[in-house]
Design a protein around this ligand. Structure first.
Ligand code: GDP
Ligand code: MG
Length: 783
């Protein structure tokens, strides 16, 4: 029997974990190990994937993957599992912080006073890393990328401790190389050798979180464990015996609540201490010599001796190297450069262990870790009730992931987000900003005139820079508002549910559920959409998603639609706009299928994802995120867009002999547009003014309209130059052709220059082909 055969509400115990390679390792790391009890919570509305509960948390898995896990049905309901009776002392722990109680500390061999104390902040996803980091650093943060990879890298100094630097590593569940983020994190620890690790652990989900902790303790670097979310633990009447846990883990453990900023000061003083005095973990040996005849214990120790010298040479902590080698981690095996004889011995030792233990190597190690965790938790964790937060999450999920309600709820929520962003809040703020910019422009214009500035310079400043940069700046409110709602959706845990609900649909086009997020944001603006792909677990998915998002009709195209509807199809705006949005989605889907069969062959990564409890997003997190996005956008407006507007203004104002032109049809731009106009002739868009407007649309889509308005001011408007058929091809071409400069520069930053150029060319090509096909259709039907 496999996990797939277990009905909703029933529980099962894992017997064999199938699958292979990285995926299987990931199953094991997430706690799907032989002996684990799993409850099937629900199926996604489309029947795939499934939601499971194990080790006190929720996990999603596709049916195809669930089939690889063999189980036996068990009767007892794991929901009822509570930890109450804990042997030993029963003093109540203060919970948040330790009330100033400190531990005996070593004061030997301090680092020189002026050493920069570097920290890696490591933890599972949703354990509160961002919240803690924001509390630790305030606004002393820098955002960048890890060298060579586009994974966000944030670092900053701890407040009031200028001689420190904390780097947040991406959220990971294990130190095995399953996702690029795990590799980034592990390389950071191995190569940058931070002076200490701050390991943040979600205390409400402690079994799964400690799995990573155990691997960090093997790194031979000082560690302090920050037990986060203690407010929820004590709010539910639970407690954790910190001192016992410290004893068992051999490192300081500090209970905190990052969102309430409790215990954080104490965490800082521990962190400074362990780094300054280089207090390494006291224990890194978790294999029980009595468990199952001590097979795993003997194996790890034998391997440790065997590879000790190689590990030292490579600068890899020997215990970490040993467990990874036993686990079958090829990256580490290669780095150790063992000779054939040693490899033989290694293989023999491991095979002997597998035989004695009755489990394969990866499962045996995962099992050893969870065994130890179980021991720690049974002595330290008191978890008397089903938590309020879990009950609340279940209630919310009854609607948000319910069989019949999930999709309608999703549509309503997205509709509301867009409505509020584009029609209410964002538009309101945009209106204010536009008024401000206009007033400023008029002011500057008058000032320049009074000062008797050369009209060319005047034109450059007012018509070039102010008009160009100003029109882009006026989008800040919309972008900020959109990010506000998205960060609420993300931090609260809803986005993970959307991915769960939509996975099956997206899988058909070669993507996984997580890609839905950027595509949705793409309806607003491609720039934040492309940036949001960073959360995707695989490079293939990320690239493919980036290339698809520009097909989603962004909000800046709405003015173009409105303009043509007004001129050619009055009264049929709703029909035409809806049609365009749907066409964008259809072309996106087809493009995905083409990519799936060509450049991005293969499957989307397996969808193994945690569904975190719903939590109230922290105001500070949201505020700092919005500030970061605004800063990002401002930087771009005053660099790329600033330069580009000047170039366009220049081309529009001068002729080929660099004389200022009276009539823009003599300008360089007109000449250039005239040269490429024949390409557009088959679409019925051969007029240089139309081509010019499309070119200027590359700067910002709205400027298609403003350009057309200027160029067609004299002769009876656009209707004189285009037929209704031409209007349709124009609309379609505008919908699909190259994203604007801001989006292209974002794509360049997220992928690279080649991909950015590719995007521009390929979208223009797709736009041309689709517009031409529609034109043929229109002719065929005699419209
Ligand atoms: P990350 O994914 O590790 O960066 O986690 P976040 O910092 O984004 O936190 C995930 C969610 O947990 C957010 O909604 C936070 O507001 C919430 N959160 C963080 N710390 C605490 C805490 O100590 N108590 C409670 N109740 N919620 C918290
Ligand atoms: Mg975060």
């Amino acid at each position: 029997m496999t996990l797939k055969d277990i009905k909703v509400g029933e529980s099962a115990q894992v017997t064999v974990v199938g699958g292979e390679g990285a995926l299987r390792q990931h199953f094991l790391d997430m706690g799907v190990i032989p002996g684990a009890k799993i409850k099937v919570v629900k199926y996604a509305p489309m029947g795939d994937p499934i939601e499971l509960r194990l080790h006190g948390y929720e996990l999603t898995l596709r049916l195809a993957d669930a089939e690889k896990i063999e189980v036996t049905r068990v009767r007892d309901d794991i929901e009822e599992e509570v930890r109450t009776a804990v042997e030993g002392d029963t003093y109540s722990h203060p919970g948040l912080g330790e009330g100033g109680k400190f531990h005996d500390k070593k004061h030997e061999n301090p680092l020189p006073q002026d050493t920069l104390l570097t920290y890696a902040l490591v933890g599972n996803q949703n354990s509160g890393k961002t919240t803690l980091f924001n509390q630790l650093t305030g606004s002393n943060q820098h955002v960048g990328n890890f060298p060579g990879v586009t994974v966000d890298r944030k670092d900053g100094a701890i407040r009031n401790h200028p001689n420190t630097m904390v780097t947040v590593l991406p959220g990971i569940y294990s130190m095995s190389p399953y996702s690029s983020e795990e590799i980034v994190s592990r390389n950071f620890v191995l190569e940058n050798q931070p002076k200490a690790i701050i390991n943040i652990v979600d205390a409400t989900n402690i079994e799964r979180n400690l799995y990573l902790t155990m691997q960090l303790l093997e790194m031979d670097i000082p560690v302090v464990v920050a037990l986060n979310m203690m407010d929820e633990v004590s709010g539910n009447g639970g407690t954790i015996k910190i001192n016992v846990m410290e004893d068992m883990l051999g490192v300081p453990v500090v209970p905190i609540s990052a969102s309430l900023n409790k215990g954080v000061d104490e965490l800082v003083s521990h962190a400074i201490h362990i780094a300054h005095y280089q207090e390494k973990p006291l224990i890194n040996d978790f294999c029980d010599e009595n468990a199952y005849g001590g097979a795993v214990h003997r194996c790890i120790h034998a391997v440790e001796h065997l590879i000790e010298d190689h590990a030292r040479r490579e600068g890899i902590p020997k215990r970490f190297a040993a467990t990874k080698v036993v686990e079958g981690d090829q990256l580490i095996v290669e780095r150790l450069a063992l000779d054939d004889k040693e490899k033989d011995i290694l293989e023999n030792i491991i095979q002997q262990m597998e035989k004695e233990r009755g489990l394969d190597r990866s499962a045996a190690i995962a099992d050893m870790r969870f065994d130890f965790i179980d021991k720690v938790c049974s002595k330290t964790v008191v978890k008397p009730h089903k938590s309020k937060e879990h009950i609340r999450s279940e209630k919310i999920d009854r609607i948000l992931t319910g069989k019949y309600t999930a999709i309608p709820a999703f549509i309503v929520i997205m509709g509301l987000v867009f409505f509020l962003t584009f029609n209410v809040i964002g538009a309101f703020l945009q209106g204010i900003l536009e008024t401000g910019i206009d007033a400023l422009t008029a002011e500057v214009s008058a000032l320049l005139e009074r000062a008797g500035v050369n009209p060319v310079v005047h034109g450059l400043v007012v018509d070039g820079v102010f008009a160009g940069v100003g029109s882009v700046l006026s989008f800040i409110p919309i972008i900020i508002t959109l990010f506000f709602f998205l960060s609420l959706m993300e931090d609260s845990g809803y986005i993970a549910r959307v991915a769960f609900v939509m996975d099956k649909l997206l899988r058909r086009i070669g993507l996984s559920g997580r890609s839905i997020v950027p595509m949705l944001i793409g309806f607003g603006c491609t720039v934040p959409a492309v940036m949001s792909t960073r959360t995707l677990p695989s490079e293939r998915d990320r690239k493919m998603t980036i290339l698809l998002t520009p097909f989603m009709s962004c909000s800046a195209k709405v003015p173009i639609y409105a303009f043509f509807v007004n001129a050619f199809f009055p009264g049929r705006g709703g029909f035409i706009m809806t049609g365009l949005y749907i066409l964008g989605i259809i072309v996106g889907v087809l493009a995905a299928l083409v990519m799936k069969l060509s450049i991005f062959r293969g499957e989307a990564v397996p969808f193994v994802m945690e569904l975190p409890s719903y939590r109230m997003p922290g105001a500070k997190n949201v505020r700092l995120l919005l500030w970061e996005k605004a800063k990002d956008f401002l930087q771009r407006a005053f660099s790329v867009i600033f330069v580009a507007t000047i170039i366009v203004w220049f081309l529009q104002s001068f002729d080929l002999h660099f004389n200022l032109v009276e009539d823009s049809s003599m300008s360089i731009l007109a000449t250039l547009a005239g040269t490429i106009a024949p390409v557009f002739a088959p679409l019925g868009l051969g007029d240089w003014r139309i081509v010019t407007s499309l070119i200027s649309g590359f700067m910002a889509k709205e400027s298609v309209v403003s350009t057309l308005e200027v160029l067609f001011a004299e002769e009876g408007g656009i209707a004189s130059a285009l037929t209704a058929q031409g209007a349709v091809t124009m609309l379609i071409f505008s919908l699909l052709y190259t994203p604007c400069v801001a989006a292209v520069s974002t794509i360049k930053r997220e992928m690279n220059g080649k991909w950015a150029v590719f995007t521009v060319l390929w979208q223009c090509l797709v736009a041309w082909i689709v517009a031409y096909l529609v034109k043929l259709l229109l002719i065929a039907f005699g419209v």
